[in-house]
Write a protein that binds this ligand. Structure first.
Ligand code: BEZ
Length: 220
């Protein structure tokens, strides 16, 4: 059975976290980043949770909540948070971290690393990251192996893309950053584009003459 992915609703699980028991649908009442880590007291994860905490003001500015997950129990998470905060001075881990010592949630949430095992031979979570909308549906998913730490600047960048494309009939091109031009969705005719984008748009001349690459700006 294919795992939870873009377009799917996150199941309304009751999960144990460092902030007490949380029902996922109660918690996810705005854009929410649900992200997993292979395990507590591991090097890459310690840097990643610190970077998440360092980016907390960027997420808060965008009205985005965070919800981490690591195998190991809540008391282990609480001890580990001390290391994370010591490693990333000035940062506080204010977001909850789900405990999944039985490795059950990672299966339901499609966060299993097929290759990485803990010392007792159980599969650990991959570095999965689901960006979930207030409608509880997954809008974007990253799936990295345990060996590759994520780039939190990229997480912020894709949030900015998702926010703009949820409000406008646009998409963001390769390497787009806020403030730069976006492209008009292929489903929008030129006639409709004139109404939707009164600021105007530019069509790029290409050999096919199909006029499908149209840039506009929704930030200025
Ligand atoms: C880490 O967080 O450094 C890590 C965890 C599991 C496997 C490999 C690396």
């Amino acid at each position: 059975m294919p795992g939870l992915t873009i377009g799917d609703s996150v199941p309304n699980l009751e999960v144990e976290t460092t902030h007490g028991v949380i029902k996922l649908h109660d918690y996810i009442d705005t854009w929410t980043i649900l992200f997993s880590h292979p395990g507590d007291f591991t090097p890459v994860c310690t840097t990643e949770l610190g970077k998440m905490a360092a980016h907390a003001p960027e997420f808060a500015k965008r009205g985005v909540k965070l919800l981490g997950l690591s195998c190991d129990d809540v008391s282990s998470h609480a001890e580990w948070v001390k290391d994370i905060e010591a490693y990333t001075p000035g940062c506080k881990v204010t977001y909850p971290i789900i405990a999944d010592p039985q490795r059950e949630l990672i299966k339901i949430l499609n966060m299993v690393d097929p290759d990485e095992k803990d010392s007792s031979g159980h599969n650990v979570p991959s570095r999965a990251l689901h960006i979930v909308g207030a409608d509880k549906r997954i809008k974007l998913s990253f799936l990295y192996p345990a060996s590759t730490g994520r780039n939190m600047d990229e997480v912020v960048r894709v949030l900015d893309s998702l926010e703009r494309s949820s409000k406008n009939k646009i998409a963001t091109p390769a390497n787009w950053k806020p403030g730069e031009d976006v492209v008009i969705s292929p489903s929008v005719s030129d006639k409709e584009a004139k109404k939707l984008f009164p600021q105007g748009f530019k069509t790029v001349d290409l050999p096919s003459n199909k006029g499908y690459l149209r840039f506009t700006n929704v930030d200025h």
